[in-house]
Structures are given as structure tokens and as C-alpha cells.
Ligand binder design. Structure first.
Ligand SMILES: Nc1ncnc2c1ncn2[C@@H]1O[C@H](COP(=O)(O)OP(=O)(O)O)[C@@H](O)[C@H]1O
Ligand SMILES: [Mg+2]
Length: 367
């Protein structure tokens, strides 16, 4: 069952296109994240789903009902859409108790007292905050305050939950913990969730699918592992970590199941790789090589090999980040922390076909 559908949704501010032709469907129980740098149109997209912003073209449906259709001038107001919302700026009200905060949306709609008590208790139980019902909001940790904000969003029993950078005010440790709690709660409620963040590791850890946004457009939509391992472009690949991007030319290409196996000639190297699309022999391409997929020492035959000098070696605890100066330029390598590399040492690095993902050069991919 599909809960939220966006069809060719755009939003212009004057001549500026903030959201550009976005298509997306969020299924019941699915956690979908809009990921992108500041200003790429995430909040505007969420606000259009919420009914707080009008689309200038396209259509939005929630639970099978059209709530927004720019061409037919349909715009259901926010309060008529069955949504729960948690925004970064929507801190809870400090002068109220936990109960007061969660009850507020029902009180202003003049719901009967008994109904309010039942619904608030149920919402607080969902986020495991029922024992704090009488606490003043200020006597809660940041993570607990966010759970109260979620309870307030859930008190209407919405079919869809919208969250805009809800963790960005928390410190790193609490952010990870609260994120995990969100995810568990969302799975328990089986509620369609549209989440916004600029943090790629948060997006990967929480989401069933991620929408990579850039300049108002959805560049690619897919499960986190697909986006990481099979990005459609260098732009998408670069959202997740800092991959090596190496110019190459295709010397052979053959279909193999749902992917293509290629032979590549780089500037000073050659080797195999895989791609999601067909390439012509002689066609220029970009080889994406993740730093953690690079090995060192003797290479098996057929591997892509780079010789170079260790320019920098940064110990990061779990890993060691290396910068290698090669004839093809700088190569980033992520090695286990226990491996030792002396700065200035000459070493051979390599990766097999499974470590090379091939996409069209940037200008050809349109991003
Ligand atoms: N009301 C508005 N008027 C004019 N420009 C806006 C308005 N709201 C957002 N924008 C612009 O639209 C772009 C996308 O904004 P936003 O959706 O807030 O991005 P994000 O949430 O990804 O950081 C930005 O360039 C922003 O300045
Ligand atoms: Mg925003």
C-alpha cells in the first residue's frame, strides 16, 4: 500500500526552481529519507507534502486522496492531511509539562478531556515516555525532548510521519542513539515516514530508501547499499564518503546478468570494472574506487595497480587514512589502523574488478 505519492512535483520561487520535477512514492511502513546539501530543496519538498507550501506544478496524494494538484488548483490545508510532523525548530514548549506538550494539539481542537488523557497516554507509551508524563519539559534530556516531540506528532494517529532534521540539535552520541530509537519506533508503528537530513551516515543507517537530492532534483532513489555500491553518477557516489574518481576509457564491455563487466584503460593503469549500463568500446568513463576497497602489496593478475608514494597517513582509531601520490594523481586509501605505512615509502596498491564501479563522465550524466 502506497501512502504518499509525489508526481512531477515542482516549486518555484519567482524564477528560481527550488524543487524540480520530483517523483516519489512512500509505501506503508517505509522509511524514506531526502538527503542533500543545504539549499537543495529538502525542506520545501517536505513542506509541500505537509500542505505548508504549495506546489507550482505536479500532484501529491496521501492515503489515496489527492491533496495537492497545481494544475487543478487543489490544495488541502495542512490540518486536513493526516500527518505528524517533527521539525528541528519545533522544540517542545519548556513552560509546559510532558503531558501539556503532547495534549496541546488536541486541547486547541477542544477534544473531550477523557479522550485527550487516553490519547496522550497512548502516544507517550509508544515512545516509552509514559513514566515522565508529569515532568516539566525542561527536566528532560535532548533525546527525551525529541521523543516528546514525536509523541506530539503521533497523538493524531497520522498515516504519515514527516521529520525535518529532528536530530541536528543533539550531540553526536545522542544523535546516533536517538536515530536508532526512531528507527525501532517507526518499524513498530509501521508508519510511512519521510525524513530529511544532510547527514549521509544518518540517512544510510535509518532508511529503507534514500533520495539523493541536488539542485532541487532527485538524482537517484534507492536502498542505501545500492546508492553506495551502484551509484548512477559520480555526484551520487560523492555523497557517501570520498571515493577516488579516475578517468578511463572502455576497451571492452559485456553484459553479465543485471550488470555489465568492463575492461578499462586509465591514465597509467588498466583493469576490470562493473557498471549498471552498457558502454561502447572507446567511450570515456569514470572509475569509482572506494578507498576501503584498495589493497596493497602483490596484486593478482588482472587487477588495477597503482604505484605511489605515501604522502600522508592519518590514524583514525578504527582505520588509517592514506594519501598516495601516483602517476594518475592522488589516491585515497582507507587501511586497517594496525597496518603501518611510513610517510615517503613507495608502495604498490591495487583493486580487483569488484572494487571498480564505472559511470559515465560527469558531463554525460547530466549532473
Ligand atoms: N519562501 C521562499 N522564498 C524564496 N526562496 C526560498 C523560499 N523557501 C526556500 N527557498 C529557497 O529554496 C531553496 C531550497 O530551500 P530548502 O528547501 O529550505 O532547502 P534545504 O531544506 O534542502 O536546505 C533554497 O535556495 C532556499 O533559499
Ligand atoms: Mg531544510
Amino acid at each position: 500500500m502506497v501512502e504518499v505519492v509525489l508526481e512531477k512535483v515542482s516549486r518555484k520561487f519567482g524564477g528560481f526552481v527550488a524543487v524540480d520535477d520530483v517523483d516519489l512514492a512512500v509505501r506503508r511502513g517505509e522509511f524514506v529519507t531526502l538527503l542533500g546539501a543545504s539549499g537543495c530543496g529538502k525542506t520545501t519538498t517536505l513542506r509541500m507534502v505537509a500542505g505548508l507550501e504549495r506546489a507550482t506544478s505536479g500532484r501529491i496524494s496521501i492515503d489515496g486522496e489527492i491533496v495537492e494538484d497545481a494544475e487543478r488548483n487543489i490544495h488541502a490545508p495542512a490540518e486536513r492531511r493526516r500527518l505528524g510532523m517533527v521539525f528541528q525548530s519545533y522544540a517542545i514548549w519548556p513552560h509546559m509539562s510532558v503531558f501539556g506538550n503532547v495534549a496541546y494539539p488536541l486541547q486547541i481542537r477542544r477534544r473531550p478531556k477523557a479522550e485527550i488523557a487516553t490519547k496522550v497516554a497512548a502516544a507517550l507509551r509508544l515512545v516509552e515516555m509514559d513514566r515522565f508524563v508529569d515532568r516539566p519539559a525542561t527536566a528532560l534530556s535532548g533525546g527525551q525532548q525529541q521523543r516528546v516531540a514525536i509523541a506530539r506528532a503521533l497523538v493524531f494517529e497520522p498515516t504519515v510521519l514527516l521529520l525535518d532534521e529532528p536530530l541536528s540539535n543533539l550531540d553526536a552520541r545522542l544523535r546516533a542513539q536517538t536515530g536508532d530509537e526512531f528507527r525501532a519506533l517507526q518499524k513498530r508503528l509501521n508508519i510511512a515516514t519521510l525524513y530529511v537530513t544532510h547527514d549521509q551516515s544518518e540517512a544510510m543507517a535509518l532508511s529503507d530508501r534514500v533520495v539523493v537530492m541536488h539542485g532541487g532534483r532527485a538524482l537517484q532513489i534507492g536502498p542505501p547499499e545500492d546508492l553506495y555500491r551502484r551509484p548512477a553518477s559520480a555526484a551520487v557516489a560523492s555523497f557517501f564518503g570520498a571515493p577516488n574518481l579516475l578517468a578511463a576509457r572502455v576497451t571492452a564491455c559485456q553484459r553479465d546478468g543485471d550488470c555489465f563487466r568492463l575492461s578499462l584503460d586509465g591514465e597509467t593503469w588498466s583493469g576490470g570494472g562493473c557498471a549498471a549500463r552498457d558502454f561502447a568500446v572507446g567511450e570515456p568513463a569514470l572509475a569509482i574506487v572506494r578507498p576501503e576497497n584498495i589493497r596493497w602489496g602483490d596484486a593478482p593478475s588482472g587487477a588495477a595497480v597503482w604505484k605511489g608514494e605515501v604522502q600522508a597517513s592519518v590514524f583514525r582509531g578504527a582505520t588509517r587514512s592514506l594519501h598516495i601520490a601516483t602517476a594518475s594523481g592522488l589516491l585515497r586509501v582507507e587501511a586497517p589502523a594496525l597496518a603501518s605505512f611510513a610517510v615517503g615509502a613507495q608502495t604498490q596498491f591495487w583493486t580487483g574488478e569488484e572494487g571498480v564501479w564505472v559511470v559515465p563522465p560527469d558531463h554525460a550524466s547530466g549532473s
